[in-house]
Design a binder for this molecule. Structure first.
Ligand SMILES: Cc1cc2nc3c(=O)[nH]c(=O)nc-3n(C[C@H](O)[C@H](O)[C@H](O)COP(=O)(O)OP(=O)(O)OC[C@H]3O[C@@H](n4cnc5c(N)ncnc54)[C@H](O)[C@@H]3O)c2cc1C
Length: 404
């Protein structure tokens, strides 16, 4: 546990009044918008950039997630992309000088049936081939890694084995946003809070800026990084996206006296657990089936999540639920992200981050920055272009979300 590291000084953050125009306006001050701004400044020297945020930075999913960073995906394109992000995360404290409380923990992904075991074996092989360290572990090895686990699954969900993704990690979510924000600001990027974009400025086919209650802001390029609000913003540019917005819930308990150093996830019960830097147990599960923009917690979700997770970790029954919350997730039709051009000149998107986009913040931001600076999508994200749906090249990876 790193409780001692928890309290320290806030990073230098500064809020700006918007100028009349910028080279680049990024709509949305979540992790993806801020990381894109940071890498534009640090990798490409582009600082005539504004991030325009409707509320306060990281008020969306970036400040609401369960902070799991992993690369054990089910298709090569995704494994390579998330593995690169995992590497960037591992070096982020050194690069930015900001403490993001990054901790490598390893993730155990439990299987209760022969079919699930086969799927995990295939995952291990593909992960290994693409550079993400994932190995199978037996029930005895699982018990050694996580002594608190009930291998009988409460008598109903016996654990037959698991994949163990060795380099999976967690990092404090709001500190990640602050690290990118302060790094970008230090180089001249402006961050404007409490300025919802209410319209897009058009000149012919081209998007040339945004409208906000603080006035119009012109831009050479406008990037949408608005999380669950993306279909509304894209519609202003006449772009229809294969995205639906669904709520995802999470909760924390009071402190657990023992150290719980791994992340435990369940392929079939669809729930996952880790311990925060403070010692609280942090629990998440599947997203709501009903699309909605609601960010209200629900007793139904709490009850369902708690029932599942206590089958495998019965000690959780003795803890109390301290806080619950929800975010609105931009779920793409193939459960993979969508990054890049939209077909509308001057308007780019980074979306489809659903319930899995926290881990992608560094790699997504770095790649979007390269695309903006050079006009060419780097190889790492080229497969994730929006036009894949029209080309019948979807990147179906539902089984890797852990939340569906
Ligand atoms: C409960 C929960 C648990 C999760 N757990 C994980 C996890 O463990 N690991 C993982 O990898 N991912 C996880 N995720 C997903 C992850 O949080 C998101 O994919 C990621 O944070 C998306 O970042 P973003 O910057 O795209 O969006 P956001 O962080 O949502 O930022 C978008 C920003 O845009 C702003 N905005 C919206 N509309 C406008 C507008 N018109 N004008 C200006 N600004 C606007 C919003 O206010 C918001 O601040 C989880 C999500 C939730 C909700």
């Amino acid at each position: 546990m790193t409780a001692g590291r928890y309290v320290d000084t806030l990073p230098p953050l500064r809020w700006d009044e918007p100028r009349r125009s910028y080279d680049v306006v990024i709509v949305g001050g979540g992790g993806h918008g801020l990381a894109t701004a940071y890498y534009l400044a640090t990798r490409h020297g582009l600082t005539d950039v504004a991030v325009v945020e409707a509320d306060y930075i990281a008020s969306g999913n970036t400040g609401r997630n369960t902070t799991i960073i992993r690369a054990n995906y089910g298709i090569p394109e995704a494994i390579r992309f998330y593995e690169h992000s995992l590497e960037l995360y591992a070096g982020l404290e050194d690069e930015t000088g900001a403490e993001i409380l990054h901790q490598e923990k390893g993730l155990i992904w439990l299987a209760h049936t022969e079919t699930a075991l086969r799927a995990e074996r295939a995952r291990c092989q593909l992960n290994t081939a693409c550079g993400a360290e994932t190995v199978m572990v037996t029930p005895a090895e699982i018990k050694a890694l996580v002594p608190q686990i009930d291998l009988t699954g409460g008598g109903r969900y016996p654990i037959l084995g698991a994949s163990h993704h060795l380099r999976a990690a967690t990092a404090r979510h709001d500190r990640v946003a602050w690290a990118f924000a302060s790094g970008a600001m230090a180089r001249g990027v402006q961050v404007v809070q409490h300025a919802p974009v209410t319209g897009l400025l058009r000149r012919g086919d081209r998007v040339v800026g945004v409208e906000t209650p603080l006035g119009r802001i012109e831009a050479g390029t406008v990037v949408s990084a608005v999380g669950g609000r993306v279909t509304t913003l894209a519609a202003m540019a006449g772009v229809r996206l294969p995205i639906r917005t669904h709520p995802l819930h999470a909760f924390v308990t009071n402190d657990f006296g023992q150290a719980f150093p791994r992340i435990v996830s369940d392929t079939e019960l669809l729930c996952y657990v880790s311990q925060t830097e403070r010692g609280q147990m942090l629990i998440g599960a599947e997203f709501d089936a009903q699309p909605s923009y609601s960010r209200r917690s629900s007793i139904a979700a709490l009850r369902a999540y708690a029932a599942k997770v206590t089958h495998i970790l019965p000690f959780l029954r003795d803890l109390r639920i301290l806080r619950a919350w929800a975010g609105s997730c931009d779920i793409s039709a193939d459960f993979s992200p969508i990054m890049g051009a939209t077909g509308v000149p001057g308007f780019l998107v980074t979306t489809g981050w659903g319930t899995w986009g926290f881990k992608a913040i560094p790699a997504g931001g770095e790649a979007m920055a390269e695309l903006i600076a050079t006009g060419r999508a780097p190889d790492l994200i080229a497969p994730f272009a929006l036009d894949r749906f029209a080309r019948d090249h979807v990147l179906a990876d539902q089984g890797s979300t852990g939340t569906r």
